[in-house]
Design a binder for this molecule. Structure first.
Ligand SMILES: Nc1ncnc2c1ncn2[C@@H]1O[C@H](COP(=O)(O)OP(=O)(O)O)[C@@H](O)[C@H]1O
Ligand SMILES: [Mg+2]
Length: 227
């Protein structure tokens, strides 16, 4: 059976003004992501990996081009429509966790479930925190958790709604190697279990090789790379 296309960008461009003129970050990028696919997004620092991920997540505006996510042209959606699409179909994991510091792990994970109108928020939040191995840390605040545990909470928060698409921006960048490897295993196993698709930005060749496809950003263009 042919896999469904979940993300398709066409001639996607992004630039920023700078003192020395226009800084072209993405130059006519055509990127696609299919159902149940894992894609590594690689490239040198400053090549626009985070920017592309933010565009795919509808968290930044592009300059020109089109981005179709799960059948919707997201560059034409209102902020409310975008939020709606995001909370139903996407989970985003950042390098620096981005947890809300003043609330517990359980509450951090409950928020996206509440926003998505989930019927049994607390049960689902506890269930996913169990899956990431934090059943004994439900009422801990982020500052009371190690880096690896905070990233587990962030993964639980992103995956609580069972999103079709997971976008992860260097999710192990702030962790030691051992903790990072465990986080990667967790992310891949939950992705597989939920039959979701994963786009992961990484500097690690080893991690990129775990993905079905590697896409490299260079000089504003994407290149399918074979290591
Ligand atoms: N809001 C912004 N204003 C100006 N320049 C930006 C902005 N965001 C990113 N950039 C520039 O865009 C380039 C790509 O950034 P980024 O997407 O973070 O790269 P990567 O994640 O590959 O390291 C960098 O040179 C960065 O300085
Ligand atoms: Mg980046």
């Amino acid at each position: 059976m042919k896999k469904k296309l979940l993300i398709q960008t066409t001639d996607l461009s992004l630039s920023f003004p700078s003192a020395s003129g226009k800084l072209q970050i993405l130059n006519s990028v055509n990127f696609s992501l299919f159902e149940e696919e894992t894609v590594a997004l690689v490239g040198p620092s400053g090549s626009g990996k985070s920017s592309l991920l933010m565009l795919l997540g509808g968290l930044e505006d592009c300059e020109s081009g089109s981005i179709i996510v799960n059948g919707s042209e997201i560059t034409k959606l209102s902020e409310d429509q975008l939020t709606n699409l995001r909370k139903k179909t996407m989970g985003i994991v950042f390098q620096s966790f981005h947890l809300i510091p003043t609330i517990t792990a359980l509450d951090n994970v409950s928020i996206p479930l509440e926003l998505a109108g989930h019927l049994n928020v607390k049960n689902r939040a506890i269930e996913i925190l169990n899956e990431v191995g934090l059943e004994k840390r439900l009422n801990h605040f982020p500052s009371q958790l190690s880096g690896g545990e905070q990233q587990r909470v962030a993964i639980a928060r992103a995956l609580a709604i069972k999103p079709k698409i997971i976008l992860a921006d260097e999710p192990t960048g702030n962790l030691d190697q051992n903790t990072g490897l465990k986080i990667i295993d967790l992310l891949f196993s939950l992705n597989k279990k939920n039959k979701s698709s994963l786009v992961i930005v990484t500097h690690s060749t080893e991690l990129a090789e775990k993905c079905q496809r590697q896409v490299k950003l260079e000089d504003g263009k994407t290149i399918e790379s074979n290591w």
